[in-house]
Every structure is written in structure tokens, then in C-alpha cells.
Design a protein around this ligand. Structure first.
Ligand code: SF4
Length: 398
């Protein structure tokens, strides 16, 4: 797998502050960020509401709403979801590896404010888990903080799958949809969010709403982490103000002209990039993939469709049977044969116990819409381009 280059920043470095000099141990972390303030639950809620902070995983759920949905007492745990199972994303493992104390400050500070006795970090990447364990040796957080290894499957990063894995069960979403704020870790109220969310909370606690809002959009100010990859000269994780123009990010990374996928493999292909700004929820987990023009787009999409089908947790019919059918449809399209893709897309949408079929359908439907000319070229004999493996997949198939 290709190595991601060093972190870079457009504008002001906040969550990536100090990382140009390498990993932040406790001493350097405090020197760069200062000591974390001790805030109450009401203060966290007011701050998150004032800046419209949304979760930095795929769902982009407002943090203040999540806090308000928790009961007044009896909160069992803060869960940091570091499973980052989207194969393109690097931002969370980068934070855990390079700036673990910022993430821990956010999670531990909130745990104290909510009276939660546990902080649990679910981490897939071995280097990230080691970094957090080392960081914990340098701290005295006065509550139980544990790091758990999670499997790397795509659906293992779903919130309920993470909770199941933390409880010792399989890392798959259970068949019922329940909110972790009501029935989370061991069926007790739990605040669960993505790694970057906790780093942003730690920054917000230090800067206050006014300082935090000095950059970015007025609707959701601050900065965001983006992972940019594919046909680019400088792949990596970039911190930008929210609402940065997509073209600025593409230029910054040295992207080749061509189609762009926004939001990863549950995201969507963009018909054009002009005038588009990067903001939640569209930016989802912060993934920007440039395809370039040398590879066959439909062949690339078919590879990912097959991989997504292999990631089903095997418990919902529309997902278990529908996603392989869709992968088969795309193989037929690549060969220039008629397919049932449009009908199968409708059949899988809204039918699974988790967002995997819907996200896969969104990715594939946007491919059909954006690559319509290529579909016609393939039907007429092919587009003449090889499949270069520009879209990264686990296992090194680039
Ligand atoms: S929709 Fe698919 S991935 Fe999600 S729970 Fe059902 S079988 Fe598993």
C-alpha cells in the first residue's frame, strides 16, 4: 500500500498543530496546546451547539444533540471510535499515532463532565493502538481508560458493531437500530463518536466558541481533516477550514484532472468540482479521491463494488444477495453487456439493518450517473483504458 505523505495544512493548524515536528508526547502536547480546561456538561453542550459541531465520522450527527439525548445520570462510557474501516481514510489513525493526547483530552474531559466511569477506545490500527497505550502511561486521568483492538472489516466501524466488539461479541451491527445514547455499552447510555470529533472537542474546550469560530463556515466553523488520495502527487491528510473550495484542495495535493469521489466508498462521484465547497454532511468522513483520466472508471468502480459486497456482515438478505448482484451487474457493464443494475440499486436501498447497502447503492448510482458516457463506450466495444487500480483497496490492490 502506498505511503501517505506528511500532514499538511491549508490555513491555521489546530488539530494537526505541532505535527510538522513529529509525534507529540505529553510534554510537547502541553507546550503546543496548553493544559486542558475542566468543563461541565452544560459548557460542553453550549460550546458544541454554538459552533454547530458535527461528528467527524460518516454520519455527521450534531454533537450537541447527542449530548442532550443522554440522560442526566447513569452514563456508562465514552467510546472513541477509531476503527476507521473505510480503506481510504487515514485521518483518525494519524491523530491517534501522532497526537494521541489531544484525542484523550477530548474523551477524558467529556467523561469527567458526564460522570462516565469508562473511556473506551476501539482501534483497528496496531501503531495507533500502541501510540495511545504509550500516551496513557504519561497521564493520570483518574478514570478507567482502555484500548481495544477491533477488526478491519468495513462494517466493523459502524457504531453498534463497535459496541458489540467492545462487549466481546462479533464486530457486526445487530439487527435492530438503537441509539448508543439510550442503549450503548452493555445497554447503558453511552456517548460514542469518531476520533477526530474528540480532538475537535479538545480544541473547542481550549479556544471557546469565539476563538474556534475565527475560521471556516459560519454554519459549522473551525477546521476539518481530509484524506486525499488517488491520482494526486501529494496524497495525505490535510487540515483545512470548513467550507474550503474543493478545487483548492485538489490543487494543493497536485491532483490530476478528472472525476472526483467525495466521501469514500459510501460517498458519491461528482459530475464537476467547480464552485463546490467541502462541508458536512456531504464531505462525510473527509475523503477526497481523484481518479485521473488514464484508468477505466467503470473497471475501478467494479473492483470496489466487489470489495464492498465482500464486506457484508451476512445477516440481511438485501445486503447478502443484493450487493453481489450489483457487483455482477457492474462486471457486465464493463464487458459491455446489458445489466439489471438500476433495478438492483432500488432493491437494496433502505433495506439493511445498517447503512452498508444504502452507502454502496449511493456510490454505484452516482457512478452510473457520472460515467454514463463510459457505459455507452463499453457497450460499443470498450473505453480503451486499462484498470490501473487508482482506487485503493485493502490488501495492496492499488
Ligand atoms: S445491511 Fe449488510 S452489513 Fe449491514 S447489518 Fe445487514 S448484512 Fe450486515
Amino acid at each position: 500500500m502506498r505511503t501517505i505523505e506528511a500532514t499538511r495544512v491549508i490555513g491555521e493548524a489546530r488539530v494537526l498543530a505541532g505535527l510538522d515536528q513529529g509525534r507529540l508526547d505529553r510534554q510537547r502536547h502541553l507546550w503546543i496546546h496548553g493544559a486542558p480546561p475542566s468543563l461541565t456538561r452544560a459548557q460542553y453542550t453550549e460550546l458544541a451547539e454554538a459552533v454547530g459541531l458535527r461528528g467527524r465520522g460518516g454520519a455527521a450527527f450534531p454533537v450537541a444533540l447527542k449530548l442532550k439525548d443522554l440522560p442526566n445520570r447513569g452514563i456508562e462510557a465514552i467510546v472513541v471510535n477509531g476503527s476507521e474501516s473505510e480503506p481510504v481514510s487515514r485521518k483518525d489513525r494519524l491523530l491517534l499515532t501522532q497526537s494521541p493526547h489531544l484525542v484523550l483530552d477530548g474523551a477524558v474531559g467529556l467523561a469527567h463532565a458526564l460522570g462516565a466511569p469508562h473511556v473506551l477506545l476501539a482501534i483497528h490500527d496496531a501503531a495507533a493502538a500502541t501510540s495511545v497505550r504509550e500516551a496513557l502511561m504519561e497521564r493520570d486521568d483518574r478514570l478507567a481508560v482502555e484500548v481495544s483492538d477491533t477488526p478491519g472489516r468495513f462494517v466493523a466501524g459502524e457504531a453498534r458493531a463497535v459496541l458489540s466488539a467492545l462487549e466481546g461479541g462479533p464486530a457486526v451491527p445487530p439487527g435492530r437500530r438503537v441509539l448508543p445514547t439510550r442503549k450503548g455499552y452493555h445497554r447503558r447510555p453511552t456517548f460514542l463518536s469518531n476520533v477526530e470529533t474528540f480532538a475537535q472537542l479538545a480544541v473547542l474546550a481550549r479556544l471557546g466558541s469565539r476563538g474556534f469560530s475565527s475560521t471556516g463556515l459560519s454554519s459549522e466553523p473551525g477546521t476539518q481533516l481530509l484524506t486525499i488520495d488517488g491520482a494526486v502527487q501529494r496524497p495525505g491528510v490535510i487540515e483545512t477550514p470548513t467550507g474550503v473550495p474543493l478545487d483548492t484542495v485538489l490543487q494543493f495535493a497536485g491532483a490530476e484532472p478528472g472525476p472526483v469521489l467525495l466521501g469514500g466508498y459510501h460517498g458519491r462521484w461528482l459530475p464537476q468540482t467547480d464552485g463546490l465547497t467541502l462541508q458536512r454532511p456531504e464531505v462525510s468522513a473527509g475523503i477526497v479521491l481523484a481518479l485521473g483520466t488514464d484508468t477505466c472508471p467503470l473497471g475501478e468502480v467494479q473492483r470496489v463494488a466487489e470489495w464492498l459486497a465482500s464486506q457484508s456482515a451476512g445477516q440481511c438478505g438485501p445486503c447478502v444477495f443484493g450487493l453481489p448482484s450489483l457487483a455482477h451487474d457492474f462486471a457486465r457493464i464493463v464487458r459491455g453487456e446489458p445489466s439489471d443494475a438500476k433495478r438492483h440499486l432500488m432493491l437494496v436501498s433502505g433495506r439493511g439493518a445498517c447503512a452498508h447497502p444504502d452507502g454502496t447503492a449511493r456510490f454505484l448510482a452516482s457512478a452510473l450517473a457520472v460515467f454514463g458516457d463510459d457505459v455507452r463506450r463499453h457497450a460499443a466495444g470498450g473505453c480503451g483504458r486499462p484498470v490501473l487500480g487508482v482506487l485503493p483497496l485493502p490488501g495492496g490492490a492499488w
